[in-house]
Design a protein around this ligand. Structure first.
Ligand code: UDP
Length: 481
């Protein structure tokens, strides 16, 4: 496609939870008639290239140079999905060295007569606003996280003072609408972070840069996430739009992925009358070995059908083979197989398609925002088990404001009893008043989401209108004069 002034540059951080919503945004923008240049590091671009079906998209994939060994990263470690927390942090810090190559990339596009109408970058890349402005290009930040989750995270990162022992309640003076937080809702390393904490240092430089951007767009729905969006409107004083949920399906066309999809769909098709619990902790998180053992015991003792995406527990190498004999109860795999009750999938499952299947009745989730949207879009209530980042606040929003979730545990260093897990599963899936209410509410939320995405003639939902408003502003910005 001839790009001219129709070009939109998208630049996500190198983590699946970031790349996936950016790809969904890329497809959406492409359908609106824009040309898309999707920027990332060489190995991620290679992977993304495989996931875009040939012939079905004209998204231009553009490599930004990046060499892992220059940053003390293992070879080929360009994505957090193969890195421990500490190395993921190193990858994040390494993105600060991309300023020069990103400047060159924009300059080359302009020289080729493809000056972007806007740059939409990750919330970790606050510095890109200044670079875009140097070239007179409109800049926006796109968040695949919720407004509420980001608002809590923003306040805590900028203002949380080291908590003394015994202080179990936390209040965010800048964001009173969020209510009170229990200390267990704040990731431990955030609570104890001193001034030399690397993530704190990174964010204290990055977050203030957000107000240099021209707009903030969120992959969320206005009616479900009002308080967080209002927070950013008053705090950053730039336009904030909610344009979601933009979701990506069939993102991997490799042979293994296709066979895993077929296997899951076939298995789910056979369980039409018996509701299935889907369990996953997202693209990069896992739980501790003892938590994993207790979760398996609860599933063993319960009569529920389930699909569980397993990953080696926290204490082991994230890239290790899954050793069921070490981490699951003896005979567990054989029993669930014989009872035709459970499907265990190692590492990666076709989640979007699983959650869209009629047989799936509940989702035990770490409450990453993509997972939440994928669940609610299908009216599936959640059993929340947040483990990191803004997942704790997403769970709070879903429990206290939206009413579609019950929490089963918080974090990876707490003991989670088998009985408590079973109780929460029955609460959400069983024939009790609370379960019925939650499932009904999840059905209503599904309708709220459909209404936000409605695009029929003059009848346009809030997210569709927001996307049009965003481009109207970007197109008329003074930078294009
Ligand atoms: N995902 C998937 N299969 C898996 C695990 C994750 O397709 O086995 C996808 C999931 O559908 C979602 C994304 O990875 O789109 C995870 O994003 P989320 O925000 O939920 O969590 P994160 O991985 O960023 O913590």
């Amino acid at each position: 496609m001839a790009k001219g002034r129709n070009n939109v540059v998208l630049f996500p951080f190198m983590a699946q939870g970031h790349i996936i919503p950016f790809l969904a945004l890329a497809h959406h923008i492409e359908q609106m008639g824009y040309a898309v240049t999707f920027v990332n590091t060489p190995l991620n671009i290679k992977k993304i290239h495989k996931s875009i079906s040939p012939g079905s998209s004209s998204i231009d994939l553009l490599e930004i140079p990046f060499n892992c060994s220059d940053h003390g990263l293992p070879p080929e470690a360009e994505n957090t999905d193969c890195l421990s927390y500490n190395l993921s942090l190193r990858l994040l810090e390494a993105t600060l060295t991309m300023e020069l190559p990103f400047r060159k990339l924009l300059s080359d596009l302009i020289d080729a007569g493809e000056k972007p109408v806007c740059v939409i970058s990750d919330f970790f890349f606050g510095w890109t606003a200044d670079v875009a402005h140097e070239f007179g290009i409109f800049h926006a930040i796109f968040s695949g996280a919720s407004g509420f989750g980001m608002a809590c995270y923003y306040c805590l990162r900028l203002n949380l003072i080291h908590q003394g022992p015994g202080n179990v309640e936390i209040f965010l003076p800048d964001f009173p609408e969020a209510g009170r937080f229990h200390v267990t809702q704040i990731p431990f390393f955030m609570l104890v972070a001193g001034e030399d904490d690397r993530m704190k240092k990174f964010q204290r430089k990055n977050l203030p840069k957000w107000s240099s951007s021209d707009a903030f767009i969120f992959n969320t729905v206005e009616d479900l996430d009002r308080s967080g969006l209002s927070f950013f409107r008053r705090k950053l004083r730039i336009p904030v739009w909610s344009i979601g949920p933009l979701l990506l399906s069939r993102r991997d066309t490799s042979r293994e992925a296709t066979s895993s999809l077929e296997k899951c769909m076939e298995w789910l098709d056979k369980r039409e009358a018996k509701p299935v619990l889907y369990i996953s902790f997202g693209s990069q998180n896992t739980i501790s070995a003892s938590q994993m053992m207790n979760l398996a015991k609860a599933l063993d003792a319960s009569s529920r059908n389930f699909i569980w995406v397993v990953r080696p527990p926290l204490e082991t190498d994230i890239n290790a083979e899954f050793a069921a004999e070490k981490w699951l109860p003896e005979g567990f795999l054989q029993r669930v197989h014989d009872q035709e009750r459970g499907l265990i999938i190692s590492r990666w499952a076709p989640q979007v398609e699983i959650l869209a299947h009629n047989s799936v009745a509940a989702f035990m989730s770490h409450c990453g925002w993509n997972s939440v949207l994928e669940s609610l879009k299908n009216g599936v209530p959640l059993i929340g088990w947040p483990v990191a980042a803004e997942q704790f606040y997403n769970a709070k929003l879903l429990v206290e404001e939206v009413g579609v979730c019950v929490e089963v545990a918080r974090g990876t260093n707490v003991e989670v009893r088998e009985e408590d897990i079973m109780e929460k599963i029955e609460l959400v899936m069983g024939e009790n008043e609370e379960g019925k209410r939650m499932r009904r509410r999840a059905g209503e939320v599904k309708q709220v989401i459909e209404a936000a995405m409605r695009d029929e003639g003059d009848s346009k939902g809030s997210s569709v209108k927001a996307m049009h408003e965003f481009f109207a502003v970007a197109n008329s910005s003074c930078y294009l004069n």
